[in-house]
Design a protein around this ligand. Structure first.
Ligand SMILES: O=C[C@H](O)[C@H](O)[C@H](O)COP(=O)(O)O
Length: 350
């Protein structure tokens, strides 16, 4: 055990000037003794806490690998996302719906925009179930009615064992990466647990994304699996992930608050890199010693670690498949993906 504050005086120095700061710092033990400006910005609890080796890691999440180049690219990507979302709403939204799930991120904003554009004559009687603070604001700002999950569950009640839990007519959301069998990675924007709850409560999940998110297998372009964990067990989970073969999992850092990112559910996130995953249809190739996991197998394994609330892999059954299998069966995988393409068009994968 050693006090973390001592680490500020003993470790090799790295640059933490404003220019390099976002990408540079890795581990609190690597902070140079001179960097008291940064140390002073840390909450007292981090400076006083005693911690066994290895120390807490405190650095930004691995970078997304899909950076855009310039304003022109950004405009094209946004136009493509809007086109995909408009088509997704056109194909899948019905005035008969009562409850609609709205996910998180930048792409979903275009779904809300397209629904709001249908006018109050279509949406006034509906309730929109958000997946976090951001989507709550999005729904509200669009003039639509918000219904949080706990209130939804009170409103629909519980009709007893064996009855359906899929109360939402549909759920729209984005993704960070999608494989050839529609399994997704989500949570890059720090929302995943509420998203999984809402997906679980929905009859079907329609995913919207731009075409950079499309991959043959998960963890091809996207670097890590986001995992929501209890803060008290975060280091324990991190060590278990290393045991499982994750290379350098990190507790996600929030540059704006200069401490760990806190989710909407008051937890931490761990971003855990793993080798590119198999498809679920390749289960016979699973080999943990070689780092070969299917999305389902890796999710189940990580979920089993004490302190893990949820894993940002949405795989397994779709909503309709879960309906067919019975009320206790989870179905969180999308039934369809609408990808916006760089030429402004869209592509559907199902
Ligand atoms: O945590 C965030 C959610 O899972 C998002 O749906 C996901 O990160 C995609 O976000 P975006 O639409 O901004 O790419």
């Amino acid at each position: 055990m050693k006090p973390i504050v001592r680490a500020f005086t003993t470790a090799p120095s790295i640059a933490l000037g404003t220019s390099r700061r976002p990408a540079a710092f890795r581990c609190i033990d690597n902070l140079p003794s001179a960097n008291y400006r940064f140390a002073a910005a840390l909450p007292q609890r981090f400076l006083q806490i005693r911690h066994p080796q290895p120390p807490f890691y405190i650095r930004p999440a691995p970078r997304r690998t899909m950076a855009t180049k310039g304003a022109g690219d950004v405009n094209l990507i946004e136009a493509a996302k809007r086109a995909a979302c408009q088509q997704a709403v056109k194909d899948n939204f019905s005035p008969s719906f009562k409850y609609v799930g709205i996910g998180s991120g930048s792409t979903i904003a275009y779904v809300v925009e397209a629904i709001a554009a249908l006018g109050p004559e279509v949406s006034a009687g509906m309730k929109f179930v958000p997946t976090g603070a951001g989507s709550t604001k999005l729904i509200r700002d669009a003039g639509l009615t918000v219904l949080q999950v706990p209130e939804l569950l009170v409103e629909v009640g519980f009709a007893g064992p064996g009855t359906s839990r899929q109360h939402l007519d549909i759920y729209f959301d984005g993704a960070d990466e999608v494989d050839a069998e529609l399994n997704c990675i989500k949570g890059g924007g720090a929302c995943l647990f509420q998203e999984k709850v809402v997906s679980r409560l929905s009859k079907k999940f329609i995913c919207v994304a731009d075409s950079r998110k499309k991959a043959d297998r998960l963890l091809t372009k996207w670097a890590y699996v986001p995992i929501e964990v209890s803060p008290i067990a975060a280091e324990l989970v991190r060590q278990a992930l290393i045991d499982l073969g994750s290379k350098d999992p990190v507790i996600r850092f929030s540059p704006s608050t200069t401490t760990y990112l806190i989710t909407d559910n008051h937890n931490y996130l761990i971003d855990a890199p793993f080798p590119t995953l198999l498809l679920n249809s390749q289960a016979e190739l699973i080999d943990p010693a070689k780092g070969l996991w299917t999305p389902d197998a890796l999710t189940a394994k990580i979920r089993g670690i004490l302190g893990v609330l949820e894993v940002g892999i949405f795989s397994g059954l779709t909503g309709p498949q879960a309906t067919a299998a019975g009320p206790d069966v989870e179905g969180v995988k999308p039934v369809k993906i609408y990808y916006g393409k760089p030429d402004g068009g869209f592509e559907i994968q199902e």
